[in-house]
Design a protein around this ligand. Sequence first.
Ligand SMILES: Cc1cc2nc3c(=O)[nH]c(=O)nc-3n(C[C@H](O)[C@H](O)[C@H](O)COP(=O)(O)O)c2cc1C
Length: 235
Amino acid sequence: MKIVIINGTEIKGCTFHIKEIFLEDLRDNNEVTEFYLPKDLPYFCCGCKNCFFKSEEKCPHAAYVMPIWNAILDADLLVFASPVYALRTTAQMKSLLDHLCVHWMVHRPDEKMFHKKAVILTNAIGVFNGGAQKDIATSLAWLGVTDIKKLGIGLMEGVIWDELSNKRHNYIINKTKKLANRYKKAYHVHMGIKVSLKFYFTKMMHQAIAKKETTLSADNQHWADKGWIKKNYNN
Ligand SMILES: Cc1cc2nc3c(=O)[nH]c(=O)nc-3n(C[C@H](O)[C@H](O)[C@H](O)COP(=O)(O)O)c2cc1C
C-alpha cells in the first residue's frame, strides 16, 4: 500500500510524534511519502483562477502543488496530521486544501479519489479538535473520498511532547495504534452514498451548464473527456 502523509506543521512536536506512532507498524510493509507544510508548499492561493479556467498546470505554484497532488492520486491511504490552531487546522494545511479546490466535485474531480482511505490526525491542548478535523474532512469529501477516519487527541497536560506524563503518552499511543491497526490489511473502498450524491448532483450541474456553452469550459471538458457528460449537445 502507498501512504502519503501531509504534515500540517514542520515542528517535530506532538503532531509529529502522533503521526510517527501511527506509522510505526505500517512503515515496513508500505511505501510512505511525506510532505511537510509550509516547506513543501510555501505559498497561499493567490486567487488567479488559472486552475479553474485554464489548467492546474498554470497555477503559479504548480511546481509545489502538482507533486503533492500526484502523490495523493498515487496513494491508497492519505494521512493528514495537523495541530489545532485557533480551533481550526493550520493555515499552511488550509493553503494546500485551497490549492486542491480545482479537483472538487464541482470542478474537475479524479475518480481515483473515490476509492481512497484517509485519516485525519489532530491534536489540541484542550478537547476541541472538531473544527480542524472538519476543515480537512470537508475538502476530502468534496474531493470524492468516502472512507475518512478522524482521531483527535486532547493533550490536556501541555503542548510539549516530552513533558507529557507516561500515562498520557500511553493513552495517546494506544488510541493511535488502534486506529493504525485498521490499515494493516488491505481492503477495497466503495464509493459511499454521500459521495455518490455529490457526484450525481454535480453531474446534473455540469450537464446543464455544458448545454448552454458553445465551447466547453475546462471543467466541463474534463467531465466530457471522462465520459461523465456528453461531449456535444448540438446534435
Ligand atoms: C498558534 C497556536 C494556536 C493554537 N491554538 C489552539 C487552540 O485553539 N486550541 C487548542 O486546544 N490548542 C491550540 N494550540 C495547541 C496545538 O493544537 C497543539 O496541541 C500544540 O501546538 C502541540 O502540537 P505540536 O507540538 O505539533 O505543535 C495552539 C498552538 C499554537 C502554536
